[in-house]
Design a protein around this ligand. Structure first.
Ligand SMILES: Nc1ncnc2c1ncn2[C@@H]1O[C@H](COP(=O)(O)OP(=O)(O)OP(=O)(O)O)[C@@H](O)[C@H]1O
Length: 910
C-alpha cells in the first residue's frame, strides 16, 4: 500500500535539519572513538609527544580532543557524545517546539544540568580511581571537591554532592525521584510475581499465567488512550484541587483587594505601564512538559479553578454565575437551538411531503430502534470500530472501497504534544491591573468596577460593572483608545455576557499560548462525543476545550482575512472528522479552488472524489449532492424515517433480524440484477469548500443556488456544508447563503463591515489573528470567542498517511462528471431551459425588498422595481423555489422565510 504513495521530498529546512542530525551522529561517534582509543603517549594539549606515531584512532585532532575532554570532565567525558546526539535528535524531531522555546523550562533544565554535572564530577573525583593520569572527575570535579571537602568533611561533602546530583536530575528531566522509587517498587513486585508464576509453572504446580500489568495500568490498551497513559493516576488528584484552592484564595481575597487598591492608585504612569507589560508578559509562562492527559485537566482546573474562579468577584450574582462557569465539562454548542428546531420542522415537512407517496409500510418504530442502538453504544466504541461491510453496498460504499478488516482510528501520537503551561500571575497582580483598567476607563469619564478577571491562554477577560446610566456603546466606541492606553494590541468589548449584568473587556496576553489540536482532542468533550461529525474548534477564553457537532449546525460558514488562521481552522475540523469517524460513517467532498490547501488530503479513504480544483467540476459535485440528497429523501420516506440516524438504525436493525431491506427505488431497467439490492447504511457527507468566493466568481450564481438548495434540505439527509472564504463581502456571503447557513465562524477581518457581514455584529475586526475566532452557534445571537487549535502541516501529513496506509478511497466518477437530471436541476435552470432566460437581473433587489418589508406581494414588487406583472410573478415563484418565501396559503398569502438583510448589504444592493 505504501508503494502507492507519492514519493515525498524534504523541503529546504527539513533537509538542513536532517543534515544536522547526520552531523550530530557522526560527531558523537567520532568523540566516542577518540575517547576509547585514547593513548597517554599521544601528543596533545597537556602533553608533548611524537606526531609521527599517533595511536588515537581519531588522529592528531582526536588525541587533542580526548585529552581536553578527559582533563576537564574525567569519566563524564563519555557522556558528551550521548549529549551531542541527543541535541541533534531534539533539533531534528522537535524543532517546531524549539521555535517556541519555553525559556523558564529551558533555564531550569540548564541549571539542573549544571548541578548534575558538578555534583557527579565531584563525587567521581572523590571516590574513583583516575582515568589514566587524569582525575576521574576532571578538573571541574577536582576543584569543587578541593574547595568543599575541607569545609564539610568527606561525608558532608559527599552528601552535598549527592543532593546536587538528585536536584539537578529532577530540574533537568522533570522526573520525580518519588516516581522512580514507585517505579522500582512496582517493577520489583511485577518481576518477582512473574518469576514466582514461572517457577510454579516450571515445578508443575500450576500452569504459568501470562504476564500481565496490574489493573490500574490496563486502560492504555487503545492507541488513543496511550498518550495519557503515564499520567493515569494524576488527573484524579488534580480535579479535586480547585475546591481547596478556592477556599484559601477566597478567604484572603477581600483583604488583598483592599491592600492593592490603595497601593495601585498611587503608581505613576511609568510604573503603570511597566506593571501592565510585566503582567501581560507573565500571564502565559510555560514551565514544563507534561503528558496531554494531565495538561487537559490542569488547563481547566488551574485557569478555571484557581484563577478565574477566585478573582475579584464581589457581587452575589457574580458568584452565582461562576458556578455555571465552574462546570468541568467543555462547551458543547448546538443543543436544540431555535434555528435548528425550525430547520428540523422544515425537514419534517419535506419528508412528510415525500412520505405521502411512500409505498412501504413502517413496522418498526424509529424510537425503538434508536433506543436499542444507543443501548448498544458505549463511549469506548468511539476508539475502535468495525467497519467491515455487512452486505451488498449501495452507490456510496462500493464493495471495493469497503475495507476487509476492522479499521482503527488514528492515534493521537501522530500529533504534536503541547507544552504544559501554568499561569504564574498572582492574584495581587491581577487585582492591580484591574484597578489600572478602572483608572484608564475613568480617564475617558467611564465609571466602572472590575468584578471579575478571567485569565486564559490567549487573552484575559475583565468583567466590568458599569455605573448606572453609562451606555455600553460608549465603551465599544473607545476600544481603540483603550487598547492604546493599556498598551495592548487590541481590546475587544463584549457588550453582552449571557446571564450577567456586566460587560467584558478582553485584553490580549503578551505571550499567547498555542492551543494544540492534540490537547483539545484529548479532552473528555471530544473523546466521549458520540456523533461522527464531532469537531474540535479550540479553547474558549478560559482555556476549556470547545468541541462542536457539525450535525447540529448543520452547515458552517467560515470567514476571515488572509493569514487569520482560516486554513488551519479548516484543517483542524477535517482532522477532527478523520480522528472520530471511519469512511463508513463520514465521507468528504473537498473543493479547493486555490489548489493549495486541501490537496494534501488526496488519497484518504474518506474522499468521495478527488480533491476538486476545477470549478466546473466543483459545480457538478454540488449538483451531485443535490441529486444524492433527493435520493436519500426518497429512501428515507420509503422507510418511514425522518433522518439519516433513523435510516441507519432501521437498516441495522433489519439486518440483525435477518430481513435486510431491499432498495425500494430500484427499477429492473437500472442494472442487470434480478432483484433489488440490499440497502446499506449511509455515511454522512461533508462538503468542504476552501475558497468559495473564487467558486462564486468563476461559476457564478449557480453555485449560490446549489449551495442554498443543499443547505435548505440536506440536514436530514446527512449532507453538511463547510464554506470558507477570505472575502467576507456581500457579493460572496449573500443574503441567500446567510439565510440558509445559520452557523458562522469569523476569524480576524479587516473591518467592522466585514464582521457584520459574517456575524451580523461587529467584533471580529478586534480579533488577534492566528486562529483567534468568534463562533456563532445556530440560533444564538451571542458569539463565543474561541482560540483555534493549531495543527501543523507535518501533523496533517502524518494523519493523512496513516489513513492512506489503512484503506484506499473509491472515487465515484459521476460526482465530477455531473449530469443534469430533473432532481438536481435548479429552478433557474428549469426556467432557463423552458424559456431560454437566466434568473432575473433584479432578483436580488426583490429579495432585499421582500426580506426587509416582510411582505410578499406580486404587485408591490412590481411597483417597487417598476417591472411587469408577469416578471414579478416569476420572481416570486423563484423565491419560493429557493425557500425565501413560503408556498401560498389557501388565501394566497405567502410568508417570508428568510431573515431580514443587514444595513450594509442593503446599501450594496440598492
Ligand atoms: N490556531 C492557531 N494558533 C497559532 N497560530 C496559528 C493558528 N492558526 C494559524 N496560525 C498562524 O497563522 C498563519 C496563517 O494561518 P492560515 O494559513 O491558516 O491563514 P489563512 O487565513 O488560511 O490565510 P490564507 O487565506 O492566506 O491561506 C499560520 O501559518 C500560523 O503560523
Amino acid at each position: 500500500m505504501l508503494s502507492d504513495q507519492q514519493p515525498s521530498f524534504l523541503n529546504g529546512f527539513q533537509r538542513l535539519l536532517e543534515v544536522g542530525l547526520i552531523l550530530a551522529g557522526a560527531i558523537s561517534i567520532y568523540i566516542l572513538i577518540t575517547l576509547f582509543s585514547f593513548d597517554p603517549a599521544d601528543p596533545s594539549w597537556s602533553k608533548t609527544g611524537n606526531y609521527e606515531y599517533i595511536k588515537n584512532a581519531g588522529g592528531a585532532f582526536g588525541a587533542w580532543l580526548s585529552d581536553i575532554l578527559l582533563f576537564t570532565f574525567g569519566w563524564l567525558a563519555f557522556f558528551i557524545p550521548v549529549l551531542v546526539s541527543l541535541i541533534g535528535w531534539l533539533f531534528f524531531r522537535k524543532f517546531h517546539d524549539l521555535i517556541e522555546v519555553d525559556y523558564l523550562a529551558l533555564g531550569l533544565r540548564l541549571i539542573g544540568f549544571m548541578f548534575f554535572t558538578l555534583g557527579l564530577s565531584a563525587i567521581f573525583s572523590m571516590n574513583f580511581d583516575d582515568v589514566y593520569f587524569y582525575s576521574s572527575g576532571g578538573i571541574i570535579g577536582d576543584v569543587i571537591a578541593y574547595l568543599l571537602t575541607p569545609l564539610f568533611g568527606f561525608t558532608g561533602a559527599t552528601l552535598l554532592f549527592l543532593v546536587s546530583v538528585m536536584m539537578g536530575f529532577t530540574l533537568m528531566t522533570g522526573i520525580s525521584w518519588l516516581q522512580i522509587v514507585d517505579g522500582i517498587g512496582r517493577y520489583t513486585i511485577l518481576g518477582s510475581t512473574w518469576a514466582f508464576e514461572k517457577s510454579k509453572g516450571a515445578l508443575g504446580l500450576e500452569p504459568a499465567g501470562p504476564y500481565s500489568e496490574p489493573q490500574d495500568q490496563s486502560n492504555n490498551t487503545s492507541d488513543t488512550a496511550k498518550l495519557g497513559a503515564d499520567s493515569t493516576s494524576e488527573p484524579k488528584q488534580s480535579t479535586e484541587k480547585p475546591d481547596v484552592a478556592k477556599t484559601s484564595f477566597e478567604k484572603s481575597n477581600v483583604e488583598k483587594d483592599q491592600a492593592t487598591q490603595t497601593s495601585v492608585t498611587d503608581l505613576d504612569k511609568k510604573q503603570q505601564q511597566s506593571l501592565l507589560a510585566q503582567f501581560f508578559a507573565k500571564t502565559e509562562e510555560p514551565t514544563e512538559k507534561a503528558t496531554p492527559k494531565t495538561r487537559t485537566n490542569d488547563s481547566s482546573v488551574d485557569v478555571q479553578g484557581t484563577q478565574a474562579e477566585t478573582l475579584t468577584q464581589t457581587s452575589k450574582e457574580g458568584q452565582a454565575n461562576r458556578v455555571s462557569l465552574d462546570d468541568d465539562m467543555p462547551f458543547e454548542f448546538g443543543t436544540e437551538p431555535v434555528t435548528a428546531a425550525r430547520t428540523e420542522e422544515l425537514d419534517d415537512a419535506l419528508i412528510d411531503e415525500h412520505m405521502s407517496y411512500s409505498s412501504i409500510d413502517d413496522e418498526l418504530s424509529e424510537d425503538d430502534i434508536l433506543g436499542a442502538l444507543e443501548g448498544l453504544q458505549t463511549p469506548g466504541q468511539n476508539q475502535e470500530r468495525d467497519t467491515t461491510p455487512t452486505a451488498k453496498s449501495n452507490v456510496l460504499v462500493p464493495e471495493s472501497a469497503a475495507p476487509k478488516e476492522p479499521i482503527t482510528l488514528p492515534s493521537l501520537e501522530l500529533l504534536d504534544r503541547p507544552d504544559k503551561v501554568e499561569n504564574p500571575v498572582s492574584q495581587e497582580e491581577l487585582d492591580a491591573v484591574s484597578r489600572l483598567v478602572e483608572e484608564k476607563l475613568l480617564d475617558f469619564n467611564i465609571q466602572a468596577e472590575v468584578v471579575g478577571v478571567y485569565p486564559g491562554p490567549v487573552i484575559t477577560r475583565f468583567e466590568l460593572d458599569l455605573a448606572p446610566g453609562i451606555k455600553v456603546s460608549k465603551i465599544s466606541g473607545l476600544s481603540k483608545d483603550l487598547a492604546r492606553s493599556l498598551s495592548a494590541m487590541s481590546v475587544r468589548v463584549v457588550e453582552v455576557i449571557p446571564g450577567k449584568s456586566y460587560i467584558g473587556l478582553e485584553i490580549p496576553n503578551k505571550h499567547r499560548q498555542i492551543v494544540r489540536l492534540s490537547e483539545v482532542m484529548d479532552s473528555p468533550g471530544f473523546e466521549n462525543a458520540e456523533s461522527p461529525l464531532t469537531m474540535v474548534l479550540g479553547k474558549d477564553i478560559g482555556g476549556k476545550a470547545v468541541v462542536v457537532d457539525l450535525a447540529k449546525m448543520p452547515h458552517l460558514l467560515v470567514a476571515g482575512t488572509t493569514g487569520s488562521g482560516k486554513s488551519v481552522g479548516v484543517n483542524t475540523m477535517i482532522l477532527s472528522l478523520l480522528y472520530k469517524s471511519t469512511p463508513e460513517e463520514v465521507r468528504l467532498i473537498m473543493i479547493d479552488p486555490k489548489m493549495l490547501e486541501l490537496s494534501v488530503y488526496e488519497g484518504i479513504p474518506h474522499l468521495l472524489s478527488e480533491v476538486v480544483t476545477d470549478m466546473k467540476e466543483a459545480a457538478n459535485a454540488l449538483r451531485w449532492c443535490v441529486g444524492e440528497m433527493e435520493r436519500r429523501y426518497k429512501l428515507m420516506s420509503s422507510l418511514g424515517v425522518r433522518n439519516l440516524k433513523g435510516y441507519n438504525a432501521k437498516i441495522e436493525a433489519a439486518r440483525k433480524d435477518g430481513n435486510p431491506i431491499r432498495d425500494p427505488l430500484w427499477r429492473s431497467t437500472d442494472n442487470m440484477l434480478e432483484m433489488p439490492p440490499e440497502l446499506d447504511k449511509l455515511p454522512a457527507i461533508v462538503v468542504v469548500i476552501d475558497e468559495f468566493a473564487d467558486m462564486m466568481m468563476i461559476v457564478g450564481k449557480k453555485v449560490e443556488e446549489l449551495i442554498a438548495r443543499i443547505a435548505q434540505k440536506a440536514r436530514a439527509a446527512g449532507i453538511h456544508l463547510v464554506l470558507a472564504t477570505q472575502r467576507p463581502s456581500v457579493d460572496v456571503i449573500t443574503g441567500l447563503i446567510k439565510a440558509n447557513i445559520p452557523t458562522r465562524m469569523a476569524f480576524q477581518v479587516s473591518s467592522k463591515i466585514d464582521s457584520r457581514t459574517i456575524l451580523d455584529q461587529q467584533g471580529a475586526e478586534n480579533l488577534l489573528g492566528m486562529g483567534d475566532m468568534l463562533y456563532l452557534p445556530p440560533g444564538s445571537g451571542v458569539p463565543t470567542r474561541v482560540h483555534g487549535a493549531f495543527v501543523d502541516d507535518h501533523e496533517v501529513h502524518a494523519v493523512v498517511n496513516d489513513w492512506k496506509s489503512k484503506a484506499k478511497p473509491n472515487y465515484i466518477k459521476e460526482i465530477l462528471e455531473g449530469e443534469m437530471t430533473e432532481e438536481n436541476m435548479l429552478p433557474g435552470e428549469a426556467a432557463e431551459m423552458a424559456e431560454g432566460e437566466e434568473i432575473d437581473p433584479v432578483f436580488d433587489e426583490a429579495v432585499a425588498f421582500v426580506t426587509e418589508t416582510r411582505k410578499v406581494s406580486i404587485s408591490s414588487i412590481q411597483r417597487k422595481l417598476r417591472i411587469g406583472y408577469n416578471r414579478s410573478a416569476r420572481i416570486v415563484e423563484q423565491m419560493e423555489a429557493m425557500g425565501i418565501v413560503s408556498t401560498p396559503a389557501a388565501n394566497g398569502a405567502r410568508d417570508v422565510l428568510a431573515p431580514p438583510p443587514n444595513k450594509e448589504e442593503q446599501q450594496d444592493l440598492i
